[in-house]
Ligand binder design. Structure first.
Ligand code: ATP
Length: 193
């Protein structure tokens, strides 16, 4: 059977348990051999991110290190300019053994915008787009919905922006991020202002 590679791109500022739960559910449901987390250097749809890419990369490594099926790529961090998923997909496919099946994991909010991504047609052709469909999202455009695999996942109301706000306001982030990520945020003094 061919190798099944899941690719999960994001800003991961910081990576939280919502990301990890979606990745693990997708891995099990789609029988993925590996899920590769790919932190973006400059996410085209969000613009420059205040948190250094190295911090986001290290937090992603910490959060995923105890799952043998998870790995982290620094591919987009090494590339100058906006981190286009289609370029990442091409590079990862070129580096993978022939016949590797690629699965692009994303939340419904990303799937909603997918049509506006660079070469979205190629993305939908060259990878299986997998959408964590948290509430049977009717507002994913038909052209994406028809070609994507929808994974019915529980609604996990955790977001990186909420975590950043919580740290800034001195509220708890326990059980929202991995303990190792919380320790890293504290020791590096991230998100305080
Ligand atoms: P922010 O709050 O800063 O916008 P975020 O929590 O959405 O960040 P990202 O790193 O931008 O985190 O997300 C990476 C991918 O993970 C996206 O495809 C997004 O849709 C998905 N995602 C993020 N949080 C969740 C969640 N709680 N459940 C399912 N998918 C999620």
């Amino acid at each position: 059977m061919s190798f099944r590679l899941g690719i999960f791109g994001g800003t991961f500022d910081p990576i939280h348990l919502g990301h990890l739960i979606v990745a693990e559910l997708a891995r099990c449901l789609l029988r993925l051999d590996r899920v590769l987390f790919v932190p973006a250097r400059i996410p085209p749809h969000k613009g420059p991110v205040a948190t250094e890419p190295e911090h986001r990369f290290r937090m992603t490594c910490l959060a995923t290190e105890n799952n043998p099926h998870f790995a982290v790529s620094d591919l987009e961090l090494r590339r100058e300019g906006p981190s286009y998923t289609v370029d990442t997909l091409r590079t990862l496919r070129a580096e993978s053994p022939e016949g590797t099946d690629t699965y692009l994991l994303m939340g419904a909010d990303s799937a909603r915008d997918l049509e506006t991504w660079k070469d979205s047609d190629i993305l939908l052709e060259e990878a299986t787009v997998v959408v964590a469909d948290r509430r049977g999202d009717g507002d994913i455009p038909a052209c994406v919905r028809e070609r994507a695999t929808l994974l019915s996942t529980p609604l996990i109301e955790i977001s990186s922006s909420d975590i950043r706000r919580r740290v800034r306001d001195g509220r708890t982030i326990r059980y929202l991020v991995a303990d190792s990520v919380e320790s890293y945020i504290r020791s590096e003094g991230l998100y305080r202002s």
